[in-house]
Design a protein around this ligand. Structure first.
Ligand code: ADP
Length: 267
């Protein structure tokens, strides 16, 4: 009887406990929803701002043309080209936004296949060599001498990663400088690095540049006309490959962006 007495629970106390547990859980849920809502609001504000920039620019060029600039053939050409460039920037931004939202909502499935990662490096090099040479930048390809280094990955998505990283290495670099696409073998993994001797990234910004729309010193990079979404896309694609980006950078000296992939093993 004594034992039973001891084990007897007080139902009122139990209910009280449950109510207070429920209340604290509800509070946590509400906090989470509030955070998500403010995140969404901030995102929408960013998107609207980014969309407005090229729209206003295009509008400005067209209004100037209508205002009389159209009569001069040279000026007409110049303003039409600028308007076209702004529209292409807008297009780029919308494409990046769609890609990001599709990846985040799981709508894009990675298309894994086995291929030689060295082919991807050469492909990226060939696609961007011309762009680099316009700025008198040399791209170096530093590959190991292996016959083949196979990975199981999504070729096209990894190509997008390479193009984003190498384009940045060119964009945030000085005329006449260098970009290296390097591949290293590491036991059961390969390590890809994109190395530049350009502007570098201040330490306080290094942790944040993978966030959507985050840019170092807005005024400086605005001139470069990017979407601010490139590295966010890179981060997502790599995470779908169980990989992540690592960054070392020094302001004024350059940056190295690296990621690793597992080598493909024959079953
Ligand atoms: P953006 O479209 O602005 O290039 P990204 O997401 O690709 O957007 O990059 C975010 C920011 O990180 C850039 O605006 C730039 O300030 C910085 N950044 C990226 N790559 C480099 C690099 N190789 N060297 C210096 N800064 C870089």
């Amino acid at each position: 009887e004594r034992i039973l007495q001891k084990e007897k629970v007080n139902p009122l106390k139990m209910i009280n406990q449950e109510i207070s547990d429920f209340a604290s859980k509800t509070e946590q849920e509400i906090d989470k929803l509030k955070k998500m809502e403010s995140f969404r609001r901030e995102f929408m504000a960013n998107v609207s701002h980014e969309l407005k920039t090229p729209i206003f620019a295009t509008q400005g060029y067209i209004l100037t043309l209508l205002d009389g600039a159209m009569d001069d053939e040279k000026v007409r050409q110049k303003f039409l080209k600028k308007a076209a460039k702004s529209l292409s920037q807008l297009n780029h931004l919308v494409e990046d936004l769609l890609t990001l939202s599709k990846i985040e909502s799981g709508q894009i499935k990675m298309d894994f296949e086995v291929f030689d990662i060295q082919d991807l490096m050469v492909d990226a090099y060939e696609q961007l060599e011309h762009k680099a040479s316009k700025k008198d930048i040399t791209i170096h390809l530093d590959l190991p001498d292996n016959e083949s280094l196979e990975v199981n990955a999504d070729y096209n998505r990894l190509m997008q990663v390479m193009l984003n990283l190498v384009t940045n290495a060119i964009k945030y670099n000085h005329e006449g400088h260098n970009v290296t696409i390097q591949l290293k073998e590491k036991e059961d993994r390969v390590k890809v690095s994109i190395i530049d001797d350009g502007m570098g990234i201040p330490e306080e910004d290094q942790g944040r540049i993978f966030e959507r729309f985050y840019r170092v010193e807005k005024s400086r990079t605005k001139k470069q006309g990017g979407s601010g979404l490139g590295l966010a896309i890179v981060k997502h694609i790599l995470s779908e490959h169980n990989s992540y980006m690592s960054l070392t950078s020094k302001l004024g000296e350059g940056s190295t962006f690296s990621f690793e992939l597992e080598k493909h093993r024959e079953e």
